[in-house]
Design a protein. Structure first.
Length: 343
């Protein structure tokens, strides 16, 4: 089985562990208890989750602990923990890539949002593009192919035209900004089209949530370097695989159960939990939502709309945050009497 198959749930579990430790840091800080050891464990869990997938959620959450009401030196420790998480991730990641002589990821993976905005602009307002803007775009992406390759809910087709020249980015982003000023609504539409399922309760569902994924038949991950196979590859196993796939896909149509498959429902669930804490004026506990919210922002910037592979950590955090909210809003000593000064 490809490493990619295991990486998603393992990465989500690592980020869930980070979230547990992160919440404990907040709880200990509010009660004046020592938390440096817990903070160190959280940073370690953050490194593991970042190496697997979630690069910024853990480090960003640690840095945001600076808003807790605590001595200045402790705020500095929190910032250092977040910075150390980022640094360790970069150093270990680069060392591993060099050690196995692996191909480094393309910078285009992080540019789904501007690339989609550019492609939609060319599709809808191609006549408004100036020669200089055209040259700047064509140095980064295949200008002629973008209007036809644009798909609102998946940026892979647009990113596939990336020419691999990062030195052309300054002029490209200059043209990107000029086009934004002229037609900002098109940029908003492109962003919503590629992310609405993450906050729309009845949004489309990417079918990659299924556990029976066809990795062994895809030449991308299965290059032949490893002997990758599993039981479902057999003739009889294929029927079982297809049956499980159809069973999982049909489950989303079951009332109540189907709601669990829609990523947007989890987003609104977390929003309502946050509102409960705001109503009780326990603002410090809102910091506990940072890992989930930062993961959500990462999903919005991701290539695929409504992909549960990316959103899985938020889905796993939802029950934990429900308990966190109940503790902060109803059982935390003095809940309901806190002020914004405590954050």
């Amino acid at each position: 089985m490809p490493i990619r198959f295991f990486r998603r749930p393992v990465a989500a579990a690592a980020l869930l562990l980070f979230c547990v430790l992160f919440l404990e840091v907040i709880r200990r800080s509010k009660h004046g208890e020592p938390y440096i050891k817990t903070l160190a464990l959280a940073a370690l869990a953050g490194v593991v989750s970042a190496l697997l997938r979630h690069s910024f959620a853990a480090a960003g959450s640690l840095i945001l602990l600076v808003f807790l009401r605590q001595p200045l030196w402790r705020r500095g420790v929190c910032v250092l923990a977040g910075a150390a998480c980022l640094a360790a991730t970069a150093l270990i990641g680069n060392a591993l890539v060099s050690a196995v002589d692996a191909e480094r990821g393309s910078v285009a993976e992080m540019l789904s949002v501007p690339f989609q905005q550019t492609a939609r602009y060319l599709r809808d307002h191609g006549d408004d593009v100036t020669p200089s803007q055209r040259d700047a775009i064509d140095a980064v992406l295949d200008y002629e192919a973008l209007p036809e390759r644009y798909r609102s809910d998946l940026s892979d087709y647009v990113k596939g035209t990336y020419r691999g020249d990062p030195e052309a980015f300054p002029k490209y982003f200059g043209a990107w900004l000029e086009m934004f000023v002229k037609h900002p609504g098109t940029y908003v539409q492109a962003t919503l089209g590629n992310s609405y399922s993450y906050y729309c309760p009845d949004g489309e569902i990417c079918d990659f949530f299924t556990i029976v994924y066809y990795q062994t038949t895809i030449s991308g991950p299965n290059t032949g370097f490893f002997d990758i196979r599993y039981a479902f590859d057999s003739e009889g196993g294929a029927a079982v695989r297809n049956g499980l796939y159809e069973l999982l896909m049909s489950a989303k149509n079951i009332p109540g159960v189907g709601a669990l498959f829609h990523t947007g429902n989890y987003t609104w669930f977390i929003i309502f939990l946050a509102l409960a804490l705001i109503r009780k004026r326990n603002f410090a506990f809102l910091l506990g939502f940072c890992p989930a919210l930062l993961t959500l922002l990462t999903c919005i910037a991701s290539p695929v709309n409504g992909d549960t592979r990316y959103f899985l950590p938020v889905m796993m955090m939802a029950p934990l945050l429900l308990g966190w909210t109940a503790y902060g809003a109803y059982t935390e000593p003095g809940a309901g009497n806190h002020t914004i000064a405590e954050v």
